[in-house]
Design a protein around this ligand. Structure first.
Ligand code: 6PG
Length: 473
């Protein structure tokens, strides 16, 4: 090939390989490089065989020389120090106006730092969240680019070609915002992913433990739910997982150890919620639930020491299944509302101009949390760009009104059956606390003032005036 390549990709793990093939299918030529260079040859011989517009490089210098200017270098490598190392190694071979894109799950503050650092060196940096796993990378992921805004015109054509499209044909890729905004929104996506997964797991354990349903029945239930407002990728794969059998005919799920792993993006979401003072209770419960699950030995010991409910009450199966569906839907609304509350606070704190309707659209297809539900979120923010909270939108407040009695019954059932349902419970507690015009925090303020003279405000005086009482006389 005489012409230089449209883009270069560093990192040929599965995500990297699949993105290169997707880029190439969309008509763009790509140079590829991998630290273990034998992987480059292997990729060219196997997955990329007979593709004359995918060119392998065996050094970073050769790689950079293969690229059209301004160069576009997409890093598909492990988040963390490896990104900084590659930036340093690339710099000698890059020129003013070239662009580095970090497509990993990097921490948004690192992305902001890298954007500024590279700006000083005349290089454009884009921290780009890419969601959808291996299949998404191959067929069309959701792409969330942020960083130096001057990078966007260089990336738009390629990214909007390779990304997923909504049923209406809109690309699930658009500029998210400056410095760390793209990676921040990807982090929130992952946090919401943790919440959705936890809710599905709680519904599963109630169907299994409280209602005594078998795998085929539970799978059928998720299958049916996927035809309702819950229609989503995660419900769809849950149905499939529950039907999946091992070679010996047994349900495969039975053989998987019940200790959840995590790479950290859910924890970052919770940390950000603490930093910005936003109650993201459901995602945080989902993070803690993974932590509890990982204490397997302790849980086994505790199961023989700590007493549970005497008996599981008898429930009417048909009505309880519908109650659980409604509890899942209502809790999911709370989780997304909290996620958007956090993004709103982050937009203020970091001076990002986040378009929430657009973010819902970017998540509509391609990513792990893709769902029909995101259309309703997009509509809510399109209808009212200043919507203070998703829960104030008519569509969502009506669903919550319709679901709340079921939701309460499910939380009661979980509690009285001794089945942990932290996400359902915390979502309902948030709902009740959020809609409470006069809370018990007056007592809390009095306690703080009593023991520490921390002062309080009064209901009969303007906000901002603080008082102290000598409570003990
Ligand atoms: C995606 C996913 C992905 C994430 C995994 C693992 O959007 O494609 O969010 O980025 O790495 O879901 O996350 P945990 O290991 O933390 O569960």
């Amino acid at each position: 090939m005489n012409n230089k390549c449209d883009i270069g990709v560093i990192g040929l793990a599965v995500m990297g390989q699949n993105l290169v093939l997707n880029i190439n299918d969309c008509g763009f030529s790509a140079a590829v490089y991998n630290r273990t260079v034998s992987k480059v040859n292997k990729f060219l011989e196997d997955a990329a065989a007979n593709r004359s517009t995918i060119i392998g490089a065996h050094s970073l210098e050769e790689f950079c020389n293969l690229l059209k200017r301004p160069r576009k270098v997409l890093l598909m490598i492990k988040a963390g120090s490896a990104v900084d190392e590659y930036i340093e190694k690339l710099l000698p071979f890059l020129e003013d106006g070239d662009c580095i894109i970090d497509g990993g799950n990097s921490f948004f503050k690192d992305t902001a730092r890298r954007t500024n650092y590279l700006k000083e060196k005349g290089i454009l940096f884009s921290g780009t969240g890419i969601s959808g796993g291996e299949e998404g990378a191959r067929r069309g992921p959701s792409i969330l680019p942020g960083g130096n805004p001057q990078a966007w015109p260089l990336l738009k054509d390629i990214f909007q070609s390779i990304c997923a499209k909504t049923p209406a044909g809109e690309p699930c890729c658009d500029w998210v915002g400056s410095d760390g905004a793209g990676h921040y929104v990807k982090m929130i996506h992952n946090g919401i992913e943790y919440g959705d997964m936890q809710l599905i797991c709680e519904a599963y354990s109630l169907l299994k433990e409280a209602l005594g349903m078998g795998y085929p029945q539970i799978a059928e239930t998720f299958h049916n739910w996927n035809k309702t407002e819950l229609d989503s990728f995660l419900i769809e794969i849950t149905d499939k997982i529950l039907r999946f059998k091992d070679d010996d005919g047994q349900i495969f799920l039975e053989k998987i150890l019940d200790t959840a792993g995590q790479k950290g993006t859910g924890i970052w979401t919770s940390q950000s919620s603490f930093e910005l003072g936003v109650p993201v209770t459901l995602i945080t419960e989902a993070v803690y639930a993974r932590g509890v699950s990982s204490r397997l030995d302790e849980r086994i010991k505790a199961s023989s020491i700590l007493k549970g409910a005497d008996a599981i009450p008898a429930y009417d199966k048909i009505s309880m299944v519908e109650d659980i569906r409604k509890a899942l839907l209502a809790s999911k609304i709370i989780s997304y509302a909290q996620g958007f509350m956090l993004m709103e606070a982050a937009a203020k704190e970091y001076s990002w101009n986040l378009d929430f309707g657009n973010i819902a659209l970017l998540w509509r297809e391609g990513c792990i949390i893709r769902s029909v539900f995101l259309d309703n979120i997009k509509d809510a923010f399109r209808k009212d760009a200043d919507l203070q909270n998703l829960l104030f939108d008519d569509y969502f407040s009506r669903i919550l009104a319709d679901c709340q009695e079921s939701w309460r019954r499910v939380v009661c059932a979980a509690v009285s059956s001794g089945i942990a349902a932290p996400a359902f419970c915390s979502a309902l507690s948030f709902y009740d606390a959020y809609r409470c015009p006069r809370s018990s925090a007056n007592l809390l303020q009095a306690q703080r003032d009593y023991f520490g003279a921390h002062t309080y405000e009064r209901i009969d005086r303007p906000r901002g005036e603080f008082f102290h009482t000598d409570w003990a006389g």
